[in-house]
Design a protein around this ligand. Structure first.
Ligand SMILES: [Zn+2]
Length: 483
């Protein structure tokens, strides 16, 4: 154990002794006003405007850009003065067009097909060829590639991802280059849910174009193709038409309420505005987006800002690898030392539970009095130690900022996640508003408390958390973490 690491542990272990000077009960009159404002406020109408009005908001598309302008106007209409669009760049722009496909031999029948995100179009008329099943994408397995020319590769995702995403991703990144060189016509992979339901997703981290046209097929269709391949040759056809562009500017939406006593210190309330596009991104992440807007509206309606500044952020590029929030942590590197905490919402509008503290024992201990004193009574008293890099708290977690992610019942989330069913009608108004209240009350408490909630932790301490969560390999591969 290094001396530095020992000091960090000592510091972390001493945190429970630090309590915020203003007891939770003293804040209750104000947090009750915030809760009432959210419960009686316009969040369902706002969500309907966003999800039904703009539809799926894939990063960098006109729908995303229009939604960003709409969100900026919403902040301004709530009396937030400092509102701006802050750009970052993605390597390629992509907008879904049409996709179709069919099994040709030995059993002619239509396939349930969707384009993978950031797939190029097929040549006009599509691609047609014999299917080759690839279950191993390691370098050795792909040495004999002559048999791939003019074929359609079927990636056996169950086998390829059997060892986990972190192990498979580097091999897959290389495999795309091998397929392209070998003259593969296109790539398909099977989805994982019954009834041929498709989940929108991409394959390469960072909004990069795939080298070859690539489609997903429904699970039952995929299993049928695999069974037929056991008996003999199988040919399929698919056609994809997408709109693509080169480097594309994407805007995060930022707004700020200046603190009344310590404006140089700030907290950040964030959620991603972008979404996939099979549905209209109502819970992934319309509800998170609207909760940020609602917290801004409710705090503004108090008439006096909390002590610290509150920044509101709606990110782009989350679905392609947390790109907008990551870009923000780079662009604002020098002022992150004044960031007291980040509160993120992106787990759907299930029944709320509390907050995820992302593996930080010290943060859990520091939050406990607030969870017990202010949040328990509104259904948000639980604190989860689960650590993920699956949404926009992640880039802040990497630089040691106390980062909390709203913790909700997840059991129904995958019924809608990235699917055509992620629409306004699935949102439970009571759960949604209760979750937003937890964000609003926590935001006020953190921005108003005498002392910062918990200190920043150093690089070594973050590294330990990532290792414990088995996230380090993946994050090193995608280039956001260096040990
Ligand atoms: Zn999301």
């Amino acid at each position: 154990m290094t001396v530095r690491r020992a000091l960090v542990l000592l510091w972390c272990c001493s945190i429970p002794a630090i309590v915020w000077a203003q007891p939770p009960a003293d804040m209750k009159p104000v947090t009750d006003r915030l809760a009432a404002s959210v419960y009686t406020g316009p969040s369902m109408a706002t969500l309907r405007e966003l999800s039904d009005g703009f539809g799926g908001r894939v990063t960098g598309t006109p729908a995303y850009n229009h939604a960003a302008e709409w969100a900026a106007a919403k902040f301004r209409s709530y009396g937030i003065q400092n509102v701006r669009l802050e750009p970052f760049t993605i390597p390629a722009g992509w907008q879904r067009g049409t996709a179709s496909g069919a099994l040709l031999t030995p059993l002619p029948r239509p396939l349930s097909v969707g384009s993978l995100g950031w797939s190029p179009s097929t040549p006009a008329g599509g691609v047609q060829g014999a299917v080759v099943l690839i279950s191993d994408v390691s370098g050795d397995a792909l040495k004999q590639t002559e048999q791939l020319r003019g074929k359609i590769v079927f990636l056996d995702s169950t086998r390829i991802f059997a060892e986990g995403f972190a192990k498979a991703l580097p091999k897959l990144d290389l495999a795309w280059g091998v397929f392209q060189k070998a003259g593969v016509l296109g790539v398909i992979m099977s989805d994982r849910e019954k009834n041929n339901v498709l989940n929108a997703h991409d394959m390469l981290w960072g909004a990069r174009m795939l080298p070859l046209p690539a489609a997903e097929v429904g699970m039952e269709d995929g299993k049928l193709i695999q069974r037929l391949l056991e008996q003999g040759p199988v040919t399929i056809q698919f056609a994809i038409e997408n709109r693509t562009s080169g480097e594309t500017q994407v805007n995060n939406v930022l707004a700020e309420m200046r603190g009344s006593e310590r404006p140089e210190e700030w907290i950040l309330i964030g959620a991603h505005l972008d979404s996939w596009d099979f549905g209209t991104g109502a819970q992934d992440n319309g509800t998170g987006t609207v909760s940020v807007l609602e917290v801004a509206r409710a705090l503004s309606s108090l008439g006096k800002a909390p002590r610290r500044s509150v920044r509101f952020a709606l990110w782009g590029g989350e679905e392609e690898g947390l790109l907008g929030s990551y870009a923000y942590t780079l662009a604002h590197k020098d002022e992150l030392k004044n960031c007291v905490a980040v509160l993120n919402s992106d787990n759907g509008a299930g029944h709320p539970k509390g907050w995820k503290v992302e593996g930080r024992k010290d943060l859990k201990a520091a939050m406990q009095p607030w969870s017990d004193g202010l949040l328990k009574d509104i259904g948000g008293g639980d604190l989860s130690m689960e650590t993920t890099y699956d949404t926009d708290h992640g880039p802040f977690m990497l630089v040691g900022v106390p980062a909390l992610d709203l913790y909700v019942d997840f059991s129904k989330y995958f019924e809608i996640h990235h699917k055509a069913s992620d629409t306004f009608d699935k949102v439970d108004v009571v759960d949604f508003k209760a979750g937003t209240v937890i964000v609003a009350v926590t935001a006020y408490a953190v921005a108003q408390s005498d002392k910062p909630i918990a200190p920043h932790i150093d690089h070594a301490a973050v590294g330990e958390i990532l290792k414990d969560a088995k996230l380090n390999e993946l994050l090193e591969h995608v280039g956001v973490w260096k040990p």
